[in-house]
Design a protein around this ligand. Sequence first.
Ligand code: ADP
Ligand code: MG
Length: 261
Amino acid sequence: MSAGTNMADGRLGLMLSQLRLPTIKRIAGDLCAQSDREGWPGHRLLEAVLEHEVTERETRRIDRHRAESQLSPDKRLSSFDFAAVPSVSKAQVMALAEGHEWLDRGANVLLFGPPGVGKSHLVCGLGHALIEAGRRVLFARCSDIVQRLQAARRDMRLPQELTKLDRYDLLILDDLSYVRRDQPETSVLFELIAERYEHKSLAITANTPFSQWGEVFVEPAMTLAAVDRLVHHSTILEMNVESYRRRAAQTGGAPAAGKTR
Ligand code: ADP
Ligand code: MG
């Protein structure tokens, strides 16, 4: 009978179950045996045991954050072909992914470009990298968030709904341009932007430049105020290339690399 089996059956095993420490329960037998064999001091054994629990919890936490994020699982930075978008600096995107203190300042990322150029893919890839770095991210179609907030306003719980979104270090609003002000109360989008300003980050993709955002917000003053807040602390990624999909279809594979900087 292995030491591991003894552990699971004995009093220690029972206590570990009671304390909901399945990881420790699984490895304690082997670690204790190794500790006995190698004559570890007590603190080394304790440290080794707890290290496993801490690592496992961290992994589970990241898995949970990935599951709640609504990010497409396959849109990663590793599968993004930066050569296809010469106007976007890979180094700049990697810096956003790795040095994520900009999230602590509530800074934003804005991605512009026509349909099919990889805005959603790039922003999802960034989201995944941030989750792996321990951050919380929510990806949503902008129009879905607007609907959700409108419903909350009707039920007089807009502030609570905005507060719920606060738990995410980064809220990705995909396709801002598809929101139309003929939908009632698109001002909720403005309220979301104002609420997060200098506090929590937004990443927004849009296929129309700021000059056309008047279509989205209820009145010109609101459009100006929204743009003002968004650009105040922001990284803007312009992706004005031809659709990746269209180029892929034409060449029968990945498009030829664009000019490198
Ligand atoms: P957009 O959001 O700008 O409309 P998408 O991100 O949806 O574009 O991209 C369209 C399709 O092309 C997706 O399947 C995406 O994975 C792929 N794609 C676009 N640009 C790239 C790229 N530079 N490298 C790899 N795949 C890309
Ligand atoms: Mg898109």
